[in-house]
Design a protein. Sequence first.
Length: 483
Amino acid sequence: MKQLTLRVLRFDPKNDDAPHFESYTIQVHEGARVLHALHAIHDDCDPTLTYRYCCGTGQCGSCAVRVNGEPVLACMEEARDGISVEPLEIPVIKDLAVDLLPYIEALPVICPETTATAQMPGKDLVETMKPLRSCIGCMACVSVCPALAVSDFGGPTVMRQEMRLTLDPRDTKDRESEAVTEGLFRCTSCQACWKVCPKEIQIPGKAIEKLRELAHYKGHSLPRHAEVAALIKETGRSVTWTAPSFLELTTEVMEPYGPVKKSVGFFVGCMYNLRLPKTALDAIEVLRRNGVRVIIPRDQICCGSPLIRTGQTEYVDTLKARNIAAFTALSIDTVVTMCAGCGSTLKHDYETPFKVMDFSELLTETGFGSPAHLGLNVTYHDPCHLARGQGITEQPRVILRKVADITEMPSICCGSGGGVRSGFPDEAAALGERRGEEIKKTGAEMVVTCCPFCEFHIAGHTDKPVQHLATLLLNGYKEKEKP
Ligand code: SF4
Ligand code: SF4
Ligand code: FES
């Protein structure tokens, strides 16, 4: 047996004004799960503690709670000393029991073909549907979905179910159109839902993007998304020219200032090429100062992310082929990008003959010169497509700590992704405001991030300056050079 002390958020709406933490010290067996700890509290300390469970083996989904702020299944999560246990962030009935009913009732159910022509799904189709069917209704995804929190979006598991029914030949309803009315295009592609899903259901990629693609071919694309698609087809870029572009301001090969430590290709992306070229020039300067030869193919174009995320996929293969050809023609074996969205797309939606790395990944892997510490207190915004899309959270912080002090804030979506900023500006603004409030709470003087869409969007919702990591690092180098 071992002794544990844990904090549990208690709340009885009938008697309490507000939720409050209670601390409990209990005895549990080695390897005990959080659910065992809750049983011990209930049996030995306080029989009024309310929580849900059924199977105890990760099959029913009823025990989902937050441990140290992260949604988990209590029956699968190890009970550790010092943890905090809270309900999911959905309306609480009492203590750890939340009101799941509205989310369960919102799930679409099969509308079956009853005539003799009804078809059964074949073996291959059953396999295709399996990942979408493995939901255990824990509603962890629902509890973290930013779109659902600020709009009338149906939510991730509703979209999962719509896609599952779309695939089922026994179902007779027009599921794509139904999903559109449930807010299909309101998802910001933040990836939060599948990162917390105990069954690892890839809802954004395997359900939402697929439904958007089917909806697009039924003529449901949003007019603003269609405009972006037309611009990409016409110009190869998702935004218009407003100033000399990064590609116009650079040459194909930018040599380092000292010996060549590494040679990489640079994928600039539409936003850094056309809207924020100065920031991309800062990144090139940082790489050159760190012995990196940067090759910038002139023929590179949009990575296709705005099309893939919004389901407008007919031109995507052309973009992929042109980008791959642009880099392979120059015998590049490593491609670096400073845009989280482009990096995630190149890594997951392409099959590249070269390695793709984020700017922060490259610098931390090859080593980088020490900058001056600028004495700033900054906060770091994790771009969804870098943190959840590529699993890169520590590398930017390793660099950032050399230049500034970091005050952390919760890793939440800023609202700019998935075509939401263009398609639903009100929703994007509401999420931007949430981000702005968290920034304010940190008391930081500056916001640092690694994504042009986040940079642009957050700047509209905070009075603090927003910079890419590369710019801050370059400022650290310049400061060090001062006499
Ligand atoms: S990707 Fe983000 S916005 Fe989209 S359904 Fe999942 S949690 Fe919600
Ligand atoms: S999709 Fe995953 S996280 Fe969402 S309810 Fe189903 S099992 Fe839970
Ligand atoms: S009790 Fe069934 S999943 Fe945890």
